[in-house]
Design a protein around this ligand. Structure first.
Ligand code: XMP
Length: 513
């Protein structure tokens, strides 16, 4: 890629990708690299700027992650953040020590002097701190440009050498003017023009994948979810028929989902790719017969998925590249391009644990979910696929409590389709993070017409969350719930009761099993 870019050197901090994302929000392309890449590799990338991330270590200890001192002599502006700032100070002769007072959380930083980094930033500004070490004295040639009551060097600079450092984290939202500071760094200090947009990411990714794959063959496990769909379309645009997508219908998808995926990616869809749909429903139902324990169900579904996928891969023959829709939250060290045989581990949906491919291609590994959706829109993928809510790999298998049968799958599919339709009709589909129907294993007595019934209870779930680690039950208007209940008991055979799950997470989880 020849466009201007800023690189982030990762020293083990938890916000490394967030920094990259904030820089991309300034319309400057940014990617994360391990801290140990060589000066030559950096030079080849020709970055306009470098950012050092935070990290949990102490810069002055022998085994702590470090970088070559030569980096500071390359003439490329550097911004060190937290551990990155301490490492800069340590390597250049300043002193870094355990702080007498650790700071965690919001702190008011007082800006001490004019600095390009703080152009248009308030004199007293709230920043996010998280450190036990601190810079006691900056290296020679540096001046202090900000402090807090507990931290004498909250920020320092040596503009002559293009070196800047902040003890706080400008990338997190709690730093009120952090985005302005990062923008100052990339524009005022690195001299970037801001030529990056998602369409240029898509275009450049397509170009570089085309070069990498050459005349080789690529294989993609397509689930119909946002990530694998976007990855597949990028690959399809890059290498066309050299790509084969395998879509395993495990019979645990939402209503009509299999056909919807086939309509977009199959032979009558807009993308010219080899598409194999494996209708493995019966196979999965057989394996799941009599199984009631949630973890066992998960394992069986994951393993069976792998078996089916491997069988298809074998039929296709030697495949050079495996395409994965890995995105930032599930990035794993894959040794990309370094080893001949890659042992890949997958967390979502299940893919082979051991498969012989020359290389794995993960075009989305630097992106956050909303960036992936944006890329999907650029690629012209239909909105209903791009804006899909999360759907677990084991699918409806974990939304049916107890044994999974074809009959129960049909019940939950129908109930869920009604629920989703009514949520959309009420205009709630953009604000509720995840919502679905699940089938409980409770059967109870009811009455329909003049008949006694003994049918299942469907549970409706809707949550709001940003991180999916914690969640609150969504406040769905009562009349919407009532309408959904009415429609489900009238239209879905085998259901005589509908309940709404009020649990938050914790103590509940979002899914039922
Ligand atoms: P829980 O139920 O753990 O779910 O609160 C949190 C988020 O993760 C999704 N989820 C899964 N996704 N495979 C997946 O790919 C799984 O086994 C799985 N279990 C839960 C869930 O839908 C929610 O978005």
């Amino acid at each position: 890629m020849n466009q201007e870019k800023v690189i982030v050197l990762d020293f083990g901090g938890q916000y490394n990708q967030l920094i990259a994302r904030r820089v991309r929000e300034c319309n400057v392309y940014c990617e994360v690299h391990p801290h140990y890449i060589s000066v030559e590799e950096i030079r080849k990338m020709n970055p306009k700027g470098i950012i050092f991330t935070g990290g949990p270590n102490s810069a002055y200890l022998e085994d702590s992650p470090t970088c070559s001192k030569e980096i500071f002599e390359m003439g490329i502006p550097i911004l060190g953040i937290c551990y990155g700032s301490q490492l800069m100070a340590h390597l250049l002769g300043g002193s870094v020590k355990t702080a007498p007072v650790s700071e965690y959380g919001k702190a008011e930083v007082t800006i001490e002097s004019e600095s390009e980094l703080f152009a248009d930033v308030s004199k007293n500004t709230v920043c996010w701190m998280s450190h036990t070490d601190y810079i006691e004295t900056p290296p020679q040639g540096f001046q202090i440009i900000g402090h807090t009551s507990a931290c004498p060097v909250a920020a320092m600079e040596c503009p002559k050498r293009g070196l800047y450092a902040t003890q706080f984290h400008p990338e997190v939202m709690h730093t009120a003017e952090g985005q302005k500071m990062l923008s100052n760094f990339v524009y005022r200090i690195c001299g970037c023009k801001g030529d990056w947009q998602m369409d240029s990411f898509v275009e450049n990714t397509i170009k570089s994948i085309r070069e990498k794959v050459g005349s080789g063959k690529a294989l993609c496990a397509l689930s119909g979810g946002v990530d694998s769909s976007v990855a597949a379309v990028i690959l399809a645009k890059a290498v066309g028929k050299q790509l084969t997508c395998v879509f395993v219908d495990h019979g645990l998808l939402r209503k009509n989902e299999g056909d919807e995926v086939e309509a977009v990616f199959g032979p009558n869809g807009p993308y010219n790719l080899n598409f194999i749909r494996v209708n493995a429903q019966e196979r999965f139902y057989q394996k799941l017969s009599g199984i009631t324990e949630p973890e066992e169900k998960r394992k069986i579904i994951g393993e069976e998925f792998i078996r089916v996928f491997e069988e298809e891969a074998k039929k296709i023959g030697a495949v050079d590249f495996l395409v994965q829709g890995t995105i930032y939250p599930d990035v794993i060290e894959s040794g990309l391009g370094k080893s001949a045989t890659i042992k890949s581990h997958h967390n979502v949906g299940g893919l082979p644990d051991y498969v012989d491919f020359k290389e794995i291609i993960e075009p989305l590994r630097l992106l956050f979910k909303d960036e992936v959706r944006q890329a999907g829109r650029e690629l012209g993928i239909p909105e209903h696929l791009v804006s899909r809510q999360p759907f677990p790999g084991p699918g409806l298998g974990i939304r049916i409590i107890g044994e999974v049968t074809a009959e129960k799958v049909k019940i939950v599919q129908d109930a869920d389709a009604i629920y989703r339709e009514e949520i959309a009709n009420a205009g709630l589909d953009k604000t509720v993070s995840q919502y679905f129907a699940a089938l409980t294993n409770m059967r109870s007595v009811g009455v329909m017409g003049d008949e006694r019934t003994y049918d299942y209870a469907v549970a409706l779930r809707a949550v709001t969350t940003t991180d999916f680690m914690t969640a609150e039950c969504a406040d769905i208007p009562f009349e919407v719930l009532q309408k959904v209940m009415n429609r489900i008991v009238n239209e879905v055979k085998g259901v005589n009761r509908v309940v709404y799950d009020l649990s938050s997470k914790p103590p509940g989880t979002i899914e039922f099993e």
